[in-house]
Design a protein around this ligand. Structure first.
Ligand SMILES: Cc1ncc(COP(=O)(O)O)c(C=O)c1O
Ligand SMILES: [Zn+2]
Length: 386
């Protein structure tokens, strides 16, 4: 394996990869895995990727986990990139359909890599606060790894997510509050319970799994990145991971310097990044009274806020907030025009595309990628009641 060390994304302090780590020991910000790309490129060549397995472990050299250690895998990654001709109209629109991952969401990517590493480094009990999908993914990979999963979810998490976690053998606790309250409960109890905290960006390897979204997208676009990417942003791990992948691929000589404009899509009832971006802030204040049917977007405070805002600005991208009613309406439009039953978070991006198009921030003929991060099947309660 070619990860040499972990580096703080804020202060740069180095940490060892070879012991279980959460946040930077100096400043409490997220740690990133640093890959020795000069060594990785000796065996990882983009020309020969086609001969490798379909799962995200095809990019093994840029992922953590020593080469002689078996990954904890359920076949995650390798999802289709589908043309959306009818919905896209005059836009060259494509959907990266992440609902085909194990446990039906993109959270499988991060958890496959993070659980593999947690197991390798000796963790036994894993804990996570979850809007629903991360919990399901942790439950599945922990079961596969023979580890315990302790999942804390808001009480109003979709029923499908709760049942899924229980059926996968996890210990589930429902909390009267938001995902931030779930995280606080884990922080309070983890030392006594001997839990390893798997909160997104509070351990270094979920973002490594998520970065394969960027590698895969580039590969599927024949190493020509699109003009714009719309990403439904809660904690923002996918956005941050993709950006890291773009940096790595540029260093590997696989792509040009030009980056897509990155757009963070949030719900009108919980839009901390939208608010901070528009106000020119470097970090995002906690969003009061957070509410939306898109549980993955119900994240009032993200630890990676400064990283997300930086990426949006550096890429010349932006933000868009979407109402719940719009999500439901557009989900049905996408379903009937493109044949995909999208999650509300994915639907939010299609609604955002309409608004960005109307605002002239995306123009005719541009190649645009939307991430459908999960399946609508987990949100039947919402779709049924409309
Ligand atoms: C379906 C779905 N989309 C988007 C998100 C937000 O993901 P991220 O934390 O990478 O911003 C989540 C997170 O729970 C989710 O479940
Ligand atoms: Zn630091």
């Amino acid at each position: 394996m070619f990860v040499t060390h972990l580096e703080c994304s804020a202060c740069g302090r180095q940490h060892e990869w070879s012991r279980l780590q959460n946040l930077c020991l100096s400043c409490g910000k997220p740690l990133f895995a640093i890959v020795d790309l000069d060594r990785a490129r000796r065996t990882l060549r983009h020309e020969t990727l086609g001969t490798r397995e379909k799962s995200l472990w095809r990019y093994r050299e840029v992922l953590p986990l020593p080469g002689n250690v078996e990954s904890v895998s359920l076949g995650e990654g390798g999802t289709p990139l589908l043309r959306a001709e009818k919905f896209g109209k005059d836009i060259d629109l494509w959907i990266k359909d992440e609902s085909l991952n194990p446990t039906q969401s993109f959270k499988a990517r991060g958890m496959s890599v993070a659980v593999s590493m947690a197991k390798h480094l000796g963790a036994i009990k894993l804990a996570v606060p979850s809007a629903g999908n991360a919990g399901g993914a942790l439950a599945a990979y922990a079961a596969r790894a023979g580890l315990e999963a302790h999942i804390f979810m808001p009480r109003d998490t979709p029923q499908a997510n709760v049942v899924e976690c229980r059926e996968l053998g996890a210990h589930v606790t429902l909390i009267d509050g938001l995902i931030t309250d779930c995280g606080a409960e884990i922080a309070r109890r983890k030392a006594n319970e001997d839990w390893f905290d798997m909160s997104t960006l509070k351990e270094p390897y979920r973002v490594e799994g998520k970065k394969t979204l960027g590698y895969e997208l580039a590969e599927q676009c024949d190493w020509q990145l699109p003009d714009a990417i719309l990403y439904p942003t809660g904690g923002g791990t996918g956005l941050i991971g993709m950006w890291k992948a773009f940096d790595e691929m540029q260093a590997l000589g696989w792509i040009e310097k030009k980056r897509p404009r990155m757009f963070a899509v949030q719900a009108s009832g919980c839009a901390p990044i939208v608010r901070a971006f528009d106000a020119g802030e470097k970090i995002a204040a906690e969003y009061p009274n957070a509410h939306t049917i898109a549980s993955g977007l119900r994240v009032p405070k993200a630890i990676g806020d400064f990283l997300i805002l930086n990426i949006l600005r550096q890429s010349n991208g932006g933000v868009m907030a979407v109402d719940d009613e719009q999500m439901i309406r557009v989900a049905r439009e996408v379903g009937s025009s493109e044949g995909l039953f999208v999650c509300p978070e994915g639907a939010a991006c299609f609604a955002a595309l309409e608004s960005l198009r109307a605002a002239g921030k995306i123009v005719s003929g541009e190649r645009v990628i939307i991430f459908n991060t999960g399946s609508g099947i987990k949100d039947l309660d919402w779709y049924q009641n409309q």
